[in-house]
Write a protein that binds this ligand. Sequence first.
Ligand code: PLP
Length: 410
Amino acid sequence: MNLTNEKVKELKKDFPIFRNKVHGKPLVFLDNAASTQKPRQVIDAISDFYSSSYANIHRGVYPLSERATEKYELAHDAVGGFINAGKQEIIFTKGATESLNLLSYALPSIIPPGKDEIVLTEMEHHSNLVPWQQLAKRNKMKLKFISVKKDFTLDYADAEKKITDKAAIVSVSHTSNALGTVNDVKRLVRLGIKAGAFTIVDAAQGVPHQPVDVKSLGCDFLAFSAHKMLGPSGIGVLYGRKELLEKMEPFNFGGDMIRKVSYDDASWNELPMKFEAGTPHIAGAAGFAESVNYLNRIGMENISRWENELLKQALESIAGIKGIMLYSPGPKHSSGILSFNLNHVHAHDVASLLGDDGVCIRGGHHCAMPLMEKLGISGTSRASFYLYNTVEDINIFIESLKNIKKMFSR
Ligand SMILES: Cc1ncc(COP(=O)(O)O)c(C=O)c1O
């Protein structure tokens, strides 16, 4: 489905939230990098699941539990298919944060001796930074950061220097949530593989916005969250190559992840259950599968193209406002994220005043405090787009921003 403004207006009708007004004004939702709104199809899938299919999974032998189990397992298929992974390679977690934390505990069990460096980029979300800081402290490892250049893209020459044979882990963001920069992940993964490191992609801002194929990227692991791609919160994915997941020790222990338990010991269930201890977000999985179906119907290429058109339009319009500072690598290297500051106005004030006009954006450090420090700022205002945003949304946002600028110029 090639998206046009008219088609997007039709799609928007799938999202009940947009029936709401803010102070009598239309709701313009431009905080999609934080989380996305849900279409009726996803809401119905969750509600229907609770109404007709809910029971705990795997252990019940009655038809209701069998139906719930089947739906839960089919969700692994659907989500796996979405990124070209096998169903055993899809571990459902609480979200990208939990996926990366899980890895930071489970991966060291297979790191070969002599490798003690963890290579990240300077643009990581705290979720792909703090777990590795903690691992570095626990296991006496060293952190290295690939530089961000003045044009807000990564310095790949620096990556070549920093990813050496000492690297145990190379963990990089697919797309920066703070800048919108889409990194050349394939290139970074190749460098990681050459160095004999495990390669991890934080694709929380990648998978929802463009086609992502784990086989083509060649990475060992990849993390993302359902709530950023029309799905429910509280469920996400750790993708891992099957042979690595088989080798790794589990991190969470308890029900469902075991094969056999005695008073003294236990053995582990097959994948993906080995890494899914306890009762998971069962209805969330049904909603997640439906969000993937919804995105597939539109097509990820089309979504990416539409977001890029919106970004181009927003960049052109915002450039006309005096006193705007942009933190964007431009539409060629960016997904639909626009980070900016308005001279002398705090990012929180911008976000709050836009909010009064019904425009939802985010102001702050975007969970990337070290990056903000490097840029010499405390934060930015961030507008982020998704498939239901229209040209009119961008116009309302820009007009409101112009009014804020006028207000502070008096
Ligand atoms: C790049 C990136 N990584 C990780 C996360 C963490 O995702 P979650 O909060 O869903 O675990 C986010 C969320 O904003 C993100 O933008």
